[in-house]
Design a protein around this ligand. Sequence first.
Ligand SMILES: [Zn+2]
Length: 58
Amino acid sequence: MAYQLICPCGENITSLNDEFVDDVQAHLSAEHPGRNYSANDIMSMAMEVSDKLVKPKS
Ligand SMILES: [Zn+2]
């Protein structure tokens, strides 16, 4: 299972379930310092998507 969140800045974050919250929080701290969301907040904004949409890590 994977999840996707389109950030208001346009960034598309798509990650497997066990990495998703970490990836979103990493994006927030890198691009939007001062915005802190709990795992629950992040999951409430996320959409469930196919694993096939997850890009391999580079
Ligand atoms: Zn963003």
